[in-house]
Design a protein around this ligand. Structure first.
Ligand code: MLT
Ligand code: ZN
Length: 450
């Protein structure tokens, strides 16, 4: 039987896409930077169908690229050419919430918004949130160990995952969905799959921790003289704001792009060097707490606090619309890096020179998650200097003892630079794990490991 026939038998002919116009939305990433042709896009509906697809691909020796909501930013879910693209967006089971454990089991194709609505229907919430919530799937969020805007309070995706079901490269299924809060019986395979970028197994179901829904919110936008001040304020903010859930940074270049893209008014009468969005959320109204803490901030240039939902959305828009506003202008070189938080000001200060030297005339837009020292470095109009810019920025980050990927993953985009963040011994250990679980290199070849 041909591979296509085996795939049709596995998932039904209507879920094996081979026409170029049907495949195309899966074959290019959201920014338009990564593109590749799949021999077929296959859309299984459950774990048994994923097993059948993996077995068919293994028998044919055809590699598989795994894709969730296609919101990735490093090309990790985009084919290099000729693979079967396994789309998991039909795995949308929303299990019953266990209120005693505050946990739920969901399909890998459930998007973040649907999970949030599900949790909120019982007065609970999900700890991870990010701007791509309407498209990003839980499986993709786990596979990349996504971070987002609430890491300060709840940690990254790995901290939300209690269990997982995954199909391995030989078609066998690992299933740990029991939801035990304590379980020290050897290697933590679930945690290993988290952040493995589809290279070790195909996540099909996830057991997730839920948190109490915090309905009372207050959001402030504060203007500061520089990034060093923003970083210096962190201990005081964490100390005086027990309800702090987010501290997000952006700069004038990004604000200007967002304002022209979304038609937003200026937040303040004057332009300022650095902006921070602060959000507090609690069981009771955190407005007073936030207003007092902001008023006491040294070096404050300006501030505004929103207490109603519309005002809060308006302040968040300045930060959350950055990604779309940048993409509307062109295809950026997107680098997602982190440094020890104390080195964040040095990174921000040195970037313009480093980028300007690598790609004269390029436009730099940075923003990020200040508490984690995580900066999103976007470079527009780099022309043929894209690789030089990447190399220069990632070396700067390595010089500052940082990571070449803070939350987006390595994907295809950063494979050549992996050794800036991982020692030869670590890479050899990762390769040994990959070879043990996927000796034929069936899953996401060319992603994460060279
Ligand atoms: C964000 O924090 O908004 C995301 O990581 C997306 C991006 O970097 O563009
Ligand atoms: Zn981010």
């Amino acid at each position: 039987m041909s591979l296509l026939d085996a795939l049709r038998e596995a998932v039904g002919a209507s879920n094996v896409l081979v026409d170029d116009d049907l495949k195309s939305s899966y074959e290019t990433d959201w920014t338009g930077r990564f593109s590749g042709s799949a021999c077929a896009v296959v859309r299984p509906a459950d774990t048994a169908e994923v097993v059948a697809v993996i077995r068919a691909c293994a028998a044919a020796g055809t590699p598989v690229v795994v894709q969730g909501g296609n919101t990735g930013l490093v090309g990790g879910g985009i084919p290099a050419g000729g693979e079967v693209l396994l789309s998991l967006t039909r795995l949308t089971d929303l299990g019953e919430i266990d209120p005693a454990a505050a946990q739920v089991t969901v399909g890998a194709g459930v998007n973040l918004s649907a999970l949030q609505r599900h949790a909120r229907s019982l007065g609970l919430d999900f700890g991870v949130d990010l701007a791509a919530r309407d498209s990003a799937t839980v499986g993709g969020l786990v596979a990349t160990n996504a971070g987002g805007i609430r890491v300060l309070r709840y940690g990254s995706m790995r901290a939300q995952v209690v269990g997982a079901e995954a199909v391995l490269a030989d078609g066998s299924v690992v299933s740990r969905l029991g939801g035990l809060a304590k379980d020290n019986t050897g290697y933590d395979l679930v945690s290993l799959l988290c952040g493995s970028e589809g290279t070790l197994g195909v996540l099909t179901r996830l057991r997730l921790r839920l948190v109490p829904q915090l309905r009372a919110r207050a959001v402030a936008l504060v203007a500061l003289p520089d990034t060093a001040t923003a970083v210096a304020l962190l201990p005081a903010l964490r100390g005086t704001l027990p309800d702090l859930v987010a501290a997000e940074l952006f700069l004038p270049a990004g604000l200007a792009l967002v304002r022209s893209y979304a038609g937003l008014p200026a937040p303040f009468a004057a332009e300022h060097p650095v902006y921070l969005v602060l959000e507090c959320a609690g069981a009771s109204d955190p407005t007073e707490q936030l207003v007092e803490a902001v008023a006491a901030l040294p070096s404050l240039l300006d501030a505004t606090v929103a207490t109603d939902a519309a005002g809060q959305r308006a302040l968040w828009a300045y930060r959350e619309q950055h990604t779309e506003a940048i993409a509307a202008v062109g295809v950026p070189v997107k680098l997602d890096v982190s440094v020890p938080v104390g080195s964040l000001p040095e990174l921000v200060d040195r970037l313009p020179d480093v980028v300007g030297t690598a790609a004269p005339g390029a436009r730099l837009v940075v923003f990020g998650h200040v508490n984690e020292g995580n900066l999103h470095v976007n470079v527009l109009d780099a022309g043929d200097g894209a690789e030089k810019v990447t190399d220069a920025v990632l070396h700067l980050v390595a010089d500052l003892a940082g990571s070449i990927s803070s939350e987006h993953g390595v994907g295809r985009a950063k494979v050549p630079w992996l050794s800036l963040s991982r020692s030869a011994t670590e890479i050899a250990a990762m390769r040994a794990v990959k070879n043990a679980l996927d000796p034929a290199g069936l899953l996401n070849p060319g992603v994460l490991l060279p």
